[in-house]
Ligand binder design. Structure first.
Ligand SMILES: [Zn+2]
Length: 361
């Protein structure tokens, strides 16, 4: 657009000053060189007002500690060690190093808010991809956050840059857990905001299923991790403007601040709890009546409730007053079954994965 306007202005100038053709021609070329063709070398980022001032930062962390204290996170800075392949064209930005700096800052904020934080690496070391999920599953953490920076498929593309956050699977998949997308949405919003980046054109809210990259498989770390998990692609290190700021430690700390604030807001919005009321995981009748209780301080959204019996969605009765969901299964054959219940609160935050095994002997 800018180029177009300048060209129009340039042509206008040429026409108005036709007798002095030689001089005008020279002037147009100067304008082109300075404003159109020369790339901007400025490094631009904003300092969030709640981060700039140490006391304001502490105040924000303290306010989130009400909802974050005691929660266990596993942070996974992507790549590192033998895997240092992701780098900018001029080699000045190594993805593995940027991921680590952001991750360590995030760890610091979360710990200050009273969280227990596990991390897949604290230095430039090799951690096998499969081992990252294994570590997370064994750690006893409640949530998994993998931190990455992106590059386009086409190596000549230096233009693309946006922030995206991935969750596993898609809505029509049984293994899809909407809580992953909820967390992704909150992280994405605050991270993209502090970085002043767009969400990309593939998604309205900047969250993407990992099936977009690997259909029906997704990312290994999201598929193998058994706790709620997201993978953040903070931005594209292949973009020259972005590249200039990714090696600035202050900027990495601000990126982590965006992720932290998103996490804080996600927990502030609340997470519904689900409990199996009649703890009868062993059934002795072919007619099973099972009751689950849904609870959330903000209230449950009745339209959000879904119940699956052996991976098929089934009907249920919801009693708003007690918060109980009742399912009736008739003509049950002997064997083991799985009941999965999902519900969202009035802030549209979903329950964490809830699966109850039932045995009819
Ligand atoms: Zn990566």
């Amino acid at each position: 657009m800018k180029k177009y306007i300048l060209m129009v202005l340039g042509l206008g100038f040429l026409y108005a000053c036709a007798p002095q053709k030689e001089i005008v021609k020279e002037k147009v070329e100067v304008v082109k060189e300075v404003l159109i063709e020369k790339p901007c070398e400025c490094t631009k980022y904003e300092i969030p007002p709640d981060w700039k001032d140490e006391s304001k930062r502490e105040e924000k962390i303290k306010s989130f500690s009400n909802v974050l204290s005691g929660i266990k996170f596993f942070i996974d800075p992507g790549h590192g060690g033998k895997d240092r392949h992701g780098k900018s064209k001029d080699g000045s930005v190594i993805e593995a190093d940027v991921n680590l700096r952001v991750a360590l800052n995030l760890k610091n904020y979360l710990e200050k808010a009273g969280c227990n934080v596990f991390i897949s690496r604290t230095e430039d070391s090799t951690v096998d991809l499969k081992y990252r999920s294994e570590l997370a599953n064994k750690s006893g953490a409640d949530f998994f956050i993998s931190i990455h920076h992106n590059a386009p498929g086409n190596a000549d593309d230096t233009w693309t840059n946006f922030t995206s956050t991935y969750y596993h699977a898609t809505e029509d998949d049984y293994e899809y857990n909407p809580c992953n997308r909820d967390l992704a949405r909150y992280i994405q919003r605050d991270l993209a905001y502090v970085m002043d980046n767009s969400n990309g054109l593939g998604s309205f809210d900047g969250t993407y299923s990992d099936y977009n990259i690997y259909p029906k498989e997704g990312f290994s770390v999201l598929r193998r991790t058994e706790i709620p998990a997201v993978l953040v692609e903070c931005s594209f290190f292949s973009n020259p403007t972005e590249q200039r700021r990714l090696n600035i430690e202050e900027f990495n700390a601000i990126q982590a601040w965006g992720i932290f604030r998103g996490i804080g807001r996600y927990f502030t919005a609340g997470i519904p709890s689900i409990t199996f009321v009649k703890d009868k995981s062993i059934i002795k009748d072919s007619h099973a009546k099972l009751v689950f209780n849904l609870f959330d301080k903000k209230g449950i959204n009745p339209k959000s409730i879904q119940v699956f019996f052996d991976s098929s969605e089934i009907d249920f009765v919801y009693d708003k007053k007690s918060g109980n969901v009742t399912i009736d299964i008739e003509n049950l054959k002997k064997g083991e079954y799985e009941v999965k219940v999902i519900a969202a609160n009035k802030n549209n935050n979903h329950s964490l994965p809830f699966i109850q095994k039932i045995k009819y002997k």
